[in-house]
Design a protein. Structure first.
Lengths: 652, 272
């Protein structure tokens, strides 16, 4: 028995061991299968690199890894390492869609030599994968062994802080035109500034649009200017719309970049000459990869926390290429007498505030010059001829500027205040303004006036003079709020169908009017009828006879229901009244013979007359004999009365 | 009979299912159908993202459907053209919006602002009363004048009824006289506005350096040149040429491609 129990125990143990082994084998097999599904690759985009040049290092993980932390690179001496981006794609392998994750880094070598990037561990799906060892040769093509660091310590606080990330919304792709020497020598090809001017030969006061374009292949935050540009000899107008900085993707020398025009300036040269513009330096922060042995950073530094929470950023100073601009002198040929250096495309208008004034009352002449160009530098237009009859007190100017499609426009208003020195018909001489028309390349002279003023003689006592002194500076000449930019009003957010709405209202009113017209016609007809009845009582009786008959017929119904013998008397009276109204007779003393003769005169059929006769006879019998009357008799007389009334109304 | 009943009973669930699917499909289609309002909002989004070309195309979709005539729509189209630096078409659309809603501040502002950007101006040599009448009668649209007339007529009818009902009341008689006068004036305005003032032939130049010839052929001499945004009147249509008149009474023939009428529907036929 004991042996038997021992055998059974052994068998159970063996079965348990078998199932345990089976489970272990299954788990191991599945792990191996899933491990086989994930492939890790790490590679540089080229094998040889110049000192200070940048080389892209990509770690590609093919397979379903779910969410995984960014791979931590080992510390590599003589290299600056920057993390660029993470991208996810799907590849079709063997007819199946397989996810593919790529982490991109940029290595910037500092020393010449051959470097081995050691194999390192990548954790995905709770498993460790090893990358291959990579060899990289760093050479010095330019001859320098070690780079000279272009970094400068910033001394101006950043004016703007615009995120310049690859995650920012981008617009359409476009390829930048190839421009000569856009980069400073030794500039970083992954992040640089291009400066362009729309024209390099201009006349004084002609607009040059200078654009700072930032191109980047790395994640960065633009932080404004480190060193402001020097535009000595130029009038400057800012064109940058910082609130709506547009970013888009572009191609430059075959490479894809994220691009933004970070600043636009309108420059107006004031004097002829050749100018080399120092365009300053810009400041940006780029993301740098954290050291791998930092335990705290490695915890937070993954895609969940994003790149902006604990990512390490390095400040970069971006240098610009100087731009040369030639400013030509205005042509001497045909230069007008009144020309003072304005150029553009302008119009002139002018008026005096009053053409009839009293002596010692100020007169304000307003001259407005508006159009394309720099209105700020326009000088006061010249008044031709001597001002013998006026004292010129002051000339006040005001400027309104606007930007339309990056072209500066504006309006400059000159207000001349005159005081007439004598009474009479005086003349304010013509005002001239000359400018160089940039489109037609020729001088143009505009003028307004002369203005005739009638000055009346007035009292010249001291109180009047005091008053005139107070009026010397009228309200119109006082300073007002200046408009900086003129633009159209913004979009309408909702819309309504104006036409359909108006049509609906019009149709509704049309129906109302039609109803009112119908009501008016009815009222007018009734009024007319009443007027006719008022002058013809017999017609009125005839018209209302049946209405009266029906009313009286209803009144006798109570007596019929109660089988009151007076019903017959009243029924006969109802018919008597009807006939009296119809034939315009008195109802009192009306006899059947009279009624009958009247009915025969209007040719009423004999059967109706017979019915009437029967009705009267039956009523009289009921009234004057002692015969017992049944309910049926009441009903018969009632029905007969109703029938006679209806028939007669049709016939009479 | 029983076999037919059985068959009918068996097919009944399929009928119910088909009906249900039909209802669900109708609901889905109506939920995803694009209404003019939703298209308008989509276009606004494009505009806010500075994609003016796309915004313009989307607004034009609503216009092409021909179901809506809205001042807001033309105003926004005008804004798109303005941002695309096309002053001529911007002006045409602001003018259309202004005709539909003449008292709207924003429309008037953009119309005046766009006119101020036109490089050249034309002196108005028309009779002095024409601009005055245009200004005063232009305060309301044609339909609004009709509505005012119908309102006046309604009041006149009410006054007339009151006179019939209360014939000896002085106030009622005065009311009737007043409404009669108002209604007659409004009727006159409606007629004048409809047949005399409303300028269905107004148009705008949409290209720069447009040549106006002395006849409807290119070989005729050039009488003057026009720039984008100038407003004019079309007098006659001959082939793809318009005979135009400027406010300073200059006359010329211009290719129709350079001119955009404010009321395009009036220029479908060969002659006005």
């Amino acid at each position: 028995m004991k042996e038997l129990l021992l055998d059974i125990f052994k068998i159970k143990t063996a079965v348990r061991a078998f199932f345990l082994s089976l489970i272990c084998v299954s788990v191991l097999g599945l792990s191996c299968l899933s491990a086989q599904d994930i492939t890790v690759m790490a590679f540089f985009d080229k094998k040889t690199v110049d000192v200070d040049d940048e080389i892209k290092y990509t770690i590609k993980i093919v397979g379903d890894v779910g969410s995984m932390a960014r791979p931590q690179l080992p510390a590599i001496d003589d290299f600056d390492v920057y993390y660029i981006s993470r991208s996810t794609n799907f590849a079709f392998i063997g007819g199946k869609s397989v996810p593919e994750v790529q982490y991109s880094f940029v290595f910037v070598p500092q020393e010449v030599g051959t470097y081995r990037i050691p194999a390192f561990d990548i954790q995905a799906n709770n498993m460790i994968f090893k990358t291959d060892e990579t060899v990289l040769s760093v050479v010095s093509l330019s001859g320098s062994k070690k780079r000279s660091k272009p970094y400068r310590h910033p001394h101006v606080p950043s004016s703007t802080n615009i995120p310049f990330s690859k995650n920012s919304p981008v617009q359409n792709h476009e390829t930048l035109p190839q421009r000569p020497a856009p980069l400073t020598k030794g500039a970083d090809k992954n992040l640089f500034v291009m400066t362009t001017v729309d024209k390099d030969t201009v006349y004084p006061n002609e607009q040059i649009t200078l654009t700072y374009t930032l191109l980047t292949r790395v994640d960065l935050q633009y932080q404004g200017f480190d060193q402001e540009p020097d535009f000595k000899g130029f009038w400057i107008e800012e064109l940058t719309d910082e609130k709506n900085l547009v970013r888009d993707e572009t191609y430059f020398e075959g490479q894809r970049y994220l691009r933004a025009d970070v600043r636009k300036i309108a420059l107006f040269p004031t004097e002829p000459g050749t100018y080399a513009l120092d365009l300053g330096t810009l400041k940006a922060q780029v993301q740098k990869v954290a050291a791998p042995n930092d335990a705290v950073d490695s915890f937070f530094d993954d895609d969940f926390f994003g790149q902006s929470v604990l990512s390490k950023r390095e400040e970069r100073i971006l240098t610009t290429t100087p731009v040369s601009v030639t400013v030509l002198d205005f042509p001497l040929e045909n230069r007008p007498e009144h020309f003072k250096g304005a150029s553009g495309d302008f119009r002139i208008s002018g008026y005096v505030d009053n053409t009839q004034i009293k002596i010692n009352t100020p007169l304000v002449l307003t001259i407005v010059i508006e159009g394309k160009g720099n209105v700020e530098t326009i000088q006061t237009p010249v008044i031709s001829g001597p001002l013998n009859d006026f004292s010129l007190f002051e000339t006040k100017t005001s400027v309104e500027k606007s930007k339309v499609n990056e072209q500066m426009r504006g309006k400059k208003t000159f207000q001349y205040t005159f005081l007439p020195t004598r009474a009479g018909e005086l003349i304010v001489p013509e005002v001239f303004f000359a400018f160089f028309h940039l489109k037609y390349q020729k001088y143009m002279t505009l003028s307004r006036g002369p203005f005739s003023i009638s000055v009346a003689a007035g009292r010249s006592d001291s109180s009047d003079q005091e008053l005139s002194k107070k009026q010397i500076i009228p309200d119109e000449l006082k300073d007002t709020i200046r408009t900086e930019t003129l633009d159209i009003q913004y979009l309408k957010q909702t819309f309504r169908d104006d036409h359909a709405r108006s049509i609906r209202i019009r149709n509704f009113l049309f129906l109302i009017d039609a109803g009112l017209l119908a009501a008016l016609i009815i009222i007018a007809m009734r009024k007319r009828r009443e007027k006719i009845f008022a002058s013809n009582a017999s017609l009125r009786r005839k018209e209302y006879a049946y209405e009266s008959f029906r009313r009286q017929y209803k009144e006798i119904q109570k007596e019929r229901k109660n089988t009151d013998p007076r019903f017959f008397e009243r029924a006969a009276l109802v018919l008597d009244h009807y006939f009296a109204d119809k034939f315009d007779l008195s109802p009192y003393g009306l006899t059947w013979d009279v009624i009958k003769s009247q009915l025969e005169s209007v040719e009423i059929s004999s059967d109706v007359i017979a019915q009437c006769d029967t009705f009267y006879e039956t009523c009289n019998m009921a009234r004057f004999t002692s015969a017992q009357l049944s309910r049926n008799d009441y009903e018969e007389i009632d029905a007969l009365l109703k029938t006679i009334g209806a028939k007669l109304e049709k016939l009479l | 009979v029983s076999a037919r009943r059985r068959l009918k009973k068996q097919l009944q669930p399929f009928g119910v299912l088909a009906f249900s699917i039909g209802i669900v499909l109708c609901l889905i289609v109506s939920a995803f159908a694009q209404t003019p309002q939703s298209i308008f909002k989509q276009a606004n989004l494009y505009y806010e993202n500075k994609d003016y070309q796309k915004a313009l195309e989307t607004y034009e979709k609503i216009v092409a459907d021909n179901t809506v005539t809205s001042a807001d729509l033309f105003y926004n189209i005008g804004n798109c053209y303005f941002k695309l630096n096309d002053l001529g078409y911007a002006l045409v659309n602001y003018k259309r919006a202004h005709l539909l809603r003449p008292r709207d501040f924003f429309i008037k502002y953009n119309l005046v602002f766009t006119r101020s950007l036109v490089d050249y101006t034309i002196e108005d040599k028309r009779a002095w009363y024409i601009p005055v009448i245009e200004k005063w009668l232009g305060f309301f649209t044609d339909l609004e004048w009709s509505i005012l007339f119908l309102t006046g007529l309604g009041l006149l009818l009410v006054a007339w009824m009151c006179v019939l009902m209360f014939p000896n009341t002085t106030v009622v008689k005065s009311f009737k006289s007043f409404t009669l006068m108002i209604t007659l004036v409004l009727a006159l305005i409606v007629v004048v506005n409809k047949f005399v003032v409303t300028d269905f032939s107004s148009a705008v130049v949409v290209d720069n350096d447009v040549k106006a010839h002395s006849g409807p052929v290119s070989s005729e001499s050039i009488v003057f040149r026009l720039v984008q945004g100038l407003e004019l009147t079309i007098l006659e249509v001959r082939g793809d040429w318009y005979k135009i008149r400027l406010n300073n009474d200059s006359l010329g023939w211009v290719r129709s491609a350079h001119i955009q009428p404010v009321y395009p529907q009036f220029f479908q036929s060969e002659t006005i």
